[in-house]
Design a protein around this ligand. Sequence first.
Ligand SMILES: Nc1ncnc2c1ncn2[C@@H]1O[C@H](COP(=O)(O)OP(=O)(O)O)[C@@H](O)[C@H]1O
Ligand SMILES: [Mg+2]
Length: 279
Amino acid sequence: MEKLIEVKELTFIYNRGTKKAVKALQNVNLEIMRGEFLTILGQNGSGKSTLARHFNGLLTPSKGEVYVDGISVKNQSQLREIRKRVGMVFQNPDNQLVSTVVEEDVAFGSENLGIPPDEIRQRVAWALEALNMTEYRKESPHQLSGGQKQRVAIAGVLATRPDCIVLDEPTALLDPLGRKEVIDAAKKLNREEGITVVLITHFMNEAIESDRIVVMDGGEIKLIGTPGNIFDQVDLIRTLGLDIPMATQIAIGLRQKGIKVADHILAAEELVNSLCQLL
Ligand SMILES: Nc1ncnc2c1ncn2[C@@H]1O[C@H](COP(=O)(O)OP(=O)(O)O)[C@@H](O)[C@H]1O
Ligand SMILES: [Mg+2]
């Protein structure tokens, strides 16, 4: 597999050299592969957003390097090239909507990249279709639900045809239906369009289908692995201030009662299948 983003010995200090200096990242190393679905977990203040903001050059390293498709994010003259490759979606959809019509909103990012109008029209139509939002294209984004607004924001990033979309707690302000819509959309873009996805979340159920999970704590990466091997480390995960997925918790409880459900249970369906086989 080819690496798309490479983080090398990254340290980041806010307000560097002042009394208010905060070391938010300490010697972080990470490679994100093309086509991967990577989830970043960690309690508040662990450095997730600070790390993610390096992926498209919103922040630049205090020490170390971040390369996007081989381009250093320190190279400010290449910022546009970097942002063509990596797009970001944030927590609050209302802060990301810039237009009063959905399709104009989706076009905005591509216009900023200087893409010709004909091409933009095609991309917007494609992006709205991919996010299942075509029927809302003439509407005002402000009248949409939270999940729909986030899908408009994601469509806007998708229309710029990035290699990678970084979603920083995109579901934090949404209701359960909105959360599902957004996560399903991210999974679909990853599987069907081959887009690399970096998802930051504090909902464990959103992490279980990732290729890999990164767990951060105190500005450092504490664990990297598949969902199966991350959530097998129950005690360590709890020490790092995180939950265990619901189905995994139930499986642990059942095992303690002597019911021999399968190992590495993460999703409800896996638990159901395992229980059915025991009958
Ligand atoms: N703009 C900022 N100025 C100063 N400190 C910041 C700023 N943003 C974040 N921090 C600090 O950096 C650390 C990491 O924050 P952040 O990356 O936002 O964590 P997370 O996204 O995991 O909640 C925290 O200690 C936070 O208080
Ligand atoms: Mg954050």
